[in-house]
Design a protein around this ligand. Sequence first.
Ligand code: ADP
Ligand code: MG
Length: 340
Amino acid sequence: MIAEPFVVLKDVAKRWNGQLGVEDISLDIDEGSFVALLGPSGCGKSTSLRLLAGLELPDEGSIWIQGRDVTTSAASDRNLSMVFQSYALFPHLSVAENVIFGLKVRRVPRTERAAKLANALQITGLEGLENRKPAELSGGQRQRVALARAIVAGQKLCLMDEPLSNLDAKLRNSVRKDIKKLQRDLGITVVYVTHDQTEAMSMADKVVLMKDGRIQQVGSPDDLYNRPANTFVAEFVGAPPMALIESHIVDGVQPGLTLGLRAEKISIVPSGEGRLSCRVSEAEFLGSETLIGLEHEGAVGLTVMRPGLSMLPVGEHIDITFNDQDLHMFNEAGERITGH
Ligand code: ADP
Ligand code: MG
């Protein structure tokens, strides 16, 4: 017997007055996995998540959770919890009261509530803060309260919509690790919406990259980074993004294609020995490395990575080289045509 995926979306579409919401969304989610819905603002991530949650109904297609068709089921019948960008905490309730609010509504007995609360506070590192009000907490602590509330719900499926976007960069990194650890420790299945490719790539087992309401690629972070399905994926994933080069400017390559090249695959060589001669357009020191931005007609996003502090003057011309095997190739429609 082949185990069926924990969650299945089949050909799901949702339109707003005939306008694009999401189209042709088909996706399998394995139990215990961490799936990121990634893409620019407005691409349909939240709509997809809300369809899965039962907060919206699809115009087409079906949604299955644990083998059950839940396409038209109420959100409350889908056995899942949600964590949103806005923490949605009650300002007049304490941390403890916020965490167990849903349990009270569901009339879970007092002793059971207390045990679940203690466990969730311990897991999220909120012990000692149970009597504070949300206003007396930092952003990171508030986000932890929202997580604790999802934990006490005890559901095997948790949906998160940009839960970290209100936090500053440093805190985002630490809560990101907390969430990942939590998901692993509890063995729950997480569907996580983010517009931040670093977040998706570092947390997810499977990344679903969307654009204009449609899925562009589903794969592991390695798939998206090293085998982008099209030029949109190539430019969206990775920092710096993949450079795109018209193939006619590179000797020895079939013209009429778009070539993709990662910064770490480019090296600077002495003048006259390179495959392209470029103008330095910017230099950005990042601590462990320096990114040198390059300009060449017919190329966008050319960047070289140099270790440590290694600035070059803007306007200087340098020669670069790269191996054919590191070139990604895309056809006129921008779709990947080779796989190496
Ligand atoms: P994302 O979360 O990726 O930023 P959304 O899923 O919120 O994107 O939105 C996808 C598209 O659907 C956008 O064009 C958005 O304007 C539209 N949309 C989302 N919700 C509604 C709504 N309730 N009514 C009308 N249009 C909506
Ligand atoms: Mg959104």
